[in-house]
Ligand binder design. Structure first.
Ligand code: NAD
Ligand code: UD1
Length: 303
């Protein structure tokens, strides 16, 4: 049994990870400012520290005595980083550096969330980790910054880490309530209310959607493989789905005929996002094997 710190543990991916760790018998401390996370999702017995990841003292105290840190706290919305550049930077990069710095003082390995957003638009698909990063938004630039600082943490301060470039994660518990929420949670919410689905752009942009349970498997396997070389791995399925297809699949699952409407494309939006899972499969012996139709059905039924 180990003791883990999970930043952002009250959020969507974090709460699934915390549930799995507690189920495996581990002790868990969560550090979360509850800006989008909710206390109710935390299992009994989990210690919650309500604090900001940019608060060096709070993060260092939370990390004292833990065996590993999963750093997931961030403002996860790409669109919000377009609107609030400096504000999201403070959370998404300063927060991460604060976590690495505390890990250095406490000698703790860090598994952290990067993003497929670091790739921007690539010509060669599916995207492998060797592709040259080309972020198009502040969010993507800050996630790439996290990877560079993880490298510094390893090279200069001997902090072992493992970075995960999550592609588009979906599943039960993803909050649909903000205009910045993940597309699947937003579409499910619209369908439930009988309101039209809105496609930004022509709807033919693609994403590699991965079920949250598969992401949790990668995170847990990654903790055992953190190293001072600061490796980064894609977390994806290798399957591309257009936003239009997601809309129709969800309408079919729900037996709904809500309208599909169009709005302007989002600035900085990525056109085609599909990752190669090969390196993660080879290195961690895990595979994202939840088919989209099954994952969407679970998600729809869980709402
Ligand atoms: P989420 O918004 O559900 O969870 C983020 C959590 O972090 C929330 O509980 C929030 O309250 C907390 N938080 C935010 N700012 C904080 C701060 N300054 N201090 C402390 N806590 C703070 O988002 P999520 O979808 O669960 O994303 C988790 C991580 O995965 C993020 O780092 C995100 O960038 C990354 N990611 C998510 C996706 C996706 O598709 N959901 C894809 C790629 C990467
Ligand atoms: C998502 C994640 C981000 C992650 C990235 C990795 C969220 C909120 N964002 O960004 O954290 O790093 O994947 O690839 O989880 N769309 C519509 N209609 C809507 C909402 C969205 O057409 O009502 C479109 C968007 O324009 C975009 C696509 O759906 O083309 C996906 O949008 P979104 O779910 O916000 O995710 P990403 O921007 O890909």
């Amino acid at each position: 049994m180990a003791h883990y710190l999970v930043t952002g543990g009250a959020g969507f991916i974090g709460s699934h990870l915390v549930g799995r760790l507690v189920g495996q018998g581990h002790r868990v401390t969560v550090l979360d400012d509850l800006s989008s996370g909710r206390v109710e999702v935390l299992p009994r017995g989990v210690r919650l520290i309500v604090a900001d990841t940019a608060d060096a003292q709070a993060v260092s105290e939370a990390m004292a005595g833990v065996d590993g840190c999963f750093h997931l706290a961030a403002i996860a919305s790409v669109q919000r980083s377009v609107e609030d550049w400096a504000g999201t930077h403070r959370v998404n990069l300063t927060g991460a550096i604060t976590v690495f710095d505390a890990a250095r003082k406490n000698r703790v390995p860090v598994v952290y969330a990067s993003s497929a957003a670091i790739y921007g638009n690539q010509e060669v698909l599916p995207i492998a980790e060797t592709a040259l990063p080309a972020p198009r938004t502040a969010y993507g630039a800050d996630k790439l910054g996290c990877e560079l600082h993880a490298r510094v943490a390893g090279l200069v301060h001997s902090v072992p880490s493992m970075g995960f470039r999550f592609f588009n994660v979906y599943g039960p518990g993803q909050d649909p309530s903000s205009p910045y929420s993940g597309v699947i949670s937003v579409f499910i919410d619209r369908i439930r209310r009988g309101e039209p689905i809105v496609l930004h752009g022509d709807g033919y942009q693609t994403r590699d959607f991965i079920y949250v349970g598969d992401v949790v498997q990668h995170l847990i396997a990654g903790m055992g493989q953190a190293s001072v070389e600061a490796p980064v791995l894609n977390v994806c399925t290798g399957q591309a789905t257009s936003i239009r297809s997601v809309a129709t699949l969800l309408r079919d699952i729900a037996g709904s005929a809500v309208d599909i409407r169009f709005a302007p494309e989002r600035p900085g939006d990525i056109r085609a996002s599909i990752g190669s899972p090969r390196r993660a499969t080879d290195r961690l012996a895990v595979r994202a094997d939840t088919p989209l139709a099954i994952g969407l059905t679970h998600t729809f039924q869980a709402v």
